[in-house]
Design a protein around this ligand. Structure first.
Ligand code: SAM
Length: 279
């Protein structure tokens, strides 16, 4: 990594010079620990020909690590002042700054096409951002994101776990996810009151050719009432408990099971069966 990384003194100086007052609303907690940056970049297992997509570059801590590791970096920042200041901090020619909301970006704006998502995400929108980008950018082969520790646990949970839920199943539709370590609050400014966790993921083929929206509708219905059996939880979605039971049985899933025990493949089987029965 040729570029100098930002430590606490540099972050303080940069923030003061730019007049940055971090806001909670935008999840602005900036990394000021070069070791954490090196850890994130190493955990991302980037290839020199990768094109990294960073959401929320902020003051540029992680961006500086990324430009030394890949062929191009796209940095999407919603805060116009931070986006405007970034090229002054990260002078690499292979950086493109996008002053934009990551929840609304579309694939056509990125050239070259991103292959890896690497980001210290704004925690309040972390899950929708990851799901939106995986849906929008088929060229993403994987990623490494930092999120609130509880969210990292949910994103990487498997069926049967207490924290397995909608984010776990939806991410599993696109990718295999695994925990890649914990990060303490002290490496951020301002210091957040939560621990953070790293999540690594690798894209895989969707488990079914049933449209994603149809599968996600079943997932949303099943977890909207996660304590209920699927027969009851899916009654509204199927048009009655008996119809839900018939779809579940035909899909090979027990009507007495709960959503928290199902794999993404089983959710897809339920959606496929509903489609077959004309729902
Ligand atoms: N990457 C920097 C670091 O590690 O120091 C900053 C990370 S900070 C947790 C999150 C960043 O995301 C902030 O710079 C914030 O302005 C930006 N942000 C918040 N919501 C966003 C959105 N919807 N789209 C793009 N950027 C966003």
């Amino acid at each position: 990594m040729a570029d100098a990384l930002l430590g606490p003194a540099e972050i303080r100086e940069l923030a003061a010079r730019l007049g940055v007052a971090p806001t909670k609303k935008l999840g602005q907690n900036f990394l000021h620990d070069p070791n954490t940056i090196r850890r994130i970049v190493a955990a991302a297992a980037l290839r020199p020909d990768d094109v990294a997509l960073e959401v929320g570059p902020g003051l540029g801590s992680l961006t500086l690590g990324l430009v030394g590791a890949v062929r191009h970096v796209h940095a999407v920042e919603i805060d116009p002042a931070l986006a405007a200041a970034l090229p002054g901090t990260v002078t690499a020619a292979h950086l493109t700054v996008h002053p934009a909301d990551a929840l609304r970006v579309t694939g056509d704006r990125f050239d070259p096409a991103p292959t890896m998502l690497v980001a210290n995400l704004p925690y309040n929108v972390a899950v929708p951002v990851v799901l939106h980008l995986l849906a929008e950018l088929p060229t993403l082969r994987g990623g490494l994101v930092m999120v609130q520790k509880e969210v990292a646990d949910r994103l990487t949970a498997g069926p049967g776990s207490k924290v397995y839920g909608v984010p776990s199943v939806k991410l599993a539709w696109y990718a295999e996810a695994r925990p890649a370590g914990k990060v303490p609050p002290a490496v951020f400014w301002p210091v957040p009151n939560v621990d953070s966790g790293l999540v690594a993921f690798t894209r895989r083929e969707p488990p079914s050719d049933i449209p994603r929206a149809a599968v996600f509708a079943v997932v949303d219905a099943a977890f909207a009432q996660r304590r209920k059996t699927l027969r009851a939880a899916l009654a509204g979605w199927a048009g009655g408990p008996d119809r839900a039971e018939s779809v579940l049985r035909a899909a090979g899933v027990s009507p007495q099971a709960r959503g928290e025990s199902l794999t993404v493949g089983e959710f897809a089987a339920i959606a496929a069966e509903a489609q077959q029965q004309g729902y």
